[in-house]
Design a protein around this ligand. Structure first.
Ligand code: 13P
Ligand code: SF4
Length: 305
């Protein structure tokens, strides 16, 4: 079977079985081409709740499938490849954060969406990389405990200096692979290019970027921008996707090592097997877990208005 034949079979099966396929932006181009919606984890979860299909297949990592389930508890939610986790989401121990919360009663606990459903149950407000600054500005309390990404936390703290942000040591191992040397090399090799960077990168290099934004914001900036060359400081798949979207522009990875092996674990064959009903994993969450974990997401929606 060729890639094209497999894609055609996935498209035929998803229509016949009423499956909506969601792909996070970091999935490969061959998965993008069979997806109904592409985006970031929160955008996809909102889409999943709106679509008529009663089965939703998430091509991404586990916390994303959990978020889909929280917002669509009545739907059958599948994770295309059960081994695809997020090391950052798995970094924080719920009991430890619960202890911190107890010892800091005057702090509002804000969680990046890249956290497990279990951890979300003890958090007050959830944020995404694109909504974090706005949401935190809108929280009435000035004292914030931000988990789990201290790099994103540092970026937010600089944007919202009026708030006191306490950070914990956590972060995305993929984005931390990019270094100052990579930025210096990119400036030398591509002097006319703008460097676009995700705030999950280390603060020492975020300060060297021309534009800082979430994956969706980086893509929109590069697509709409008048420049012809861009260096992409986020997961390497975005370089390829932008190349397909804007073939007349040149895109370079800030580092060839910025690859999320969890995101890349999902293959087109995994998607096929999950749509066919012989693969993937159904996300099962108790009513209690759904109710408690989605409270911080509802709070994000309220504060984001
Ligand atoms: P965004 O898609 O929200 O920018 O997040 C990046 C990421 O690391 C997803 O796991
Ligand atoms: Fe997690 Fe980073 Fe991979 Fe995103 S890129 S899934 S935050 S490890």
């Amino acid at each position: 079977m060729t890639i094209r034949e497999l894609q055609d079979e996935i498209i035929r099966l998803k229509k016949a079985k009423g499956v909506c396929i969601l792909a996070h932006a970091y999935q490969g181009q061959e998965i993008w081409e069979v997806a109904d919606y592409i985006g970031d984890s929160f955008g996809l979860s909102k889409k999943a709740a709106e679509v008529k299909e009663q089965t939703v297949l998430m091509c991404g990592v586990r916390f994303m499938a959990e978020t889909v389930k929280m917002l669509s508890p009545q739907k059958k939610v599948l994770l295309a490849n059960p081994i695809a986790g997020c090391p950052m989401a798995d970094q924080m121990d719920t009991d430890l954060i619960a202890q911190m919360k107890e010892s800091m009663p005057d702090y509002t606990v804000v969680a990046y969406i890249n956290t497990t459903a279990e951890l979300k149950t003890i958090c007050d407000v959830c944020v995404t990389s694109s909504s974090a600054v706005k949401i935190i500005r809108n929280i009435p309390n000035d004292k914030i405990l931000f988990i789990p990404d201290c790099n994103l936390g540092d970026y937010i703290a600089k944007q919202v200096p009026e708030k006191e942000l306490k950070l914990v040591r956590g972060g995305c191992p993929t984005h931390l692979r990019m270094t100052k040397k990579d930025v210096e090399r990119a400036r030398k090799e591509h002097p006319d290019a703008e460097i676009l960077m995700h705030p999950e990168c280390h603060p020492s290099i975020v300060s060297m970027a021309d534009f800082i934004g979430s994956t969706t914001e980086i893509m929109a900036y590069a697509e709409k921008g008048t420049g012809s060359e861009y260096v992409i400081g986020t997961e390497k798949s975005i370089v390829e996707h932008l190349g397909y979207k804007c073939p007349e522009k040149s895109f370079y990875p800030l580092s060839k090592d910025c690859v999320c092996h969890n995101m890349q674990a999902t293959t087109l064959m995994d998607v096929y097997r999950a749509v066919k009903g012989i693969g993937g994993e159904e996300i099962i969450m108790s009513d209690e877990l759904i109710a408690f974990s989605r409270k911080c997401i509802d709070e994000m929606l309220r504060l984001g208005k």
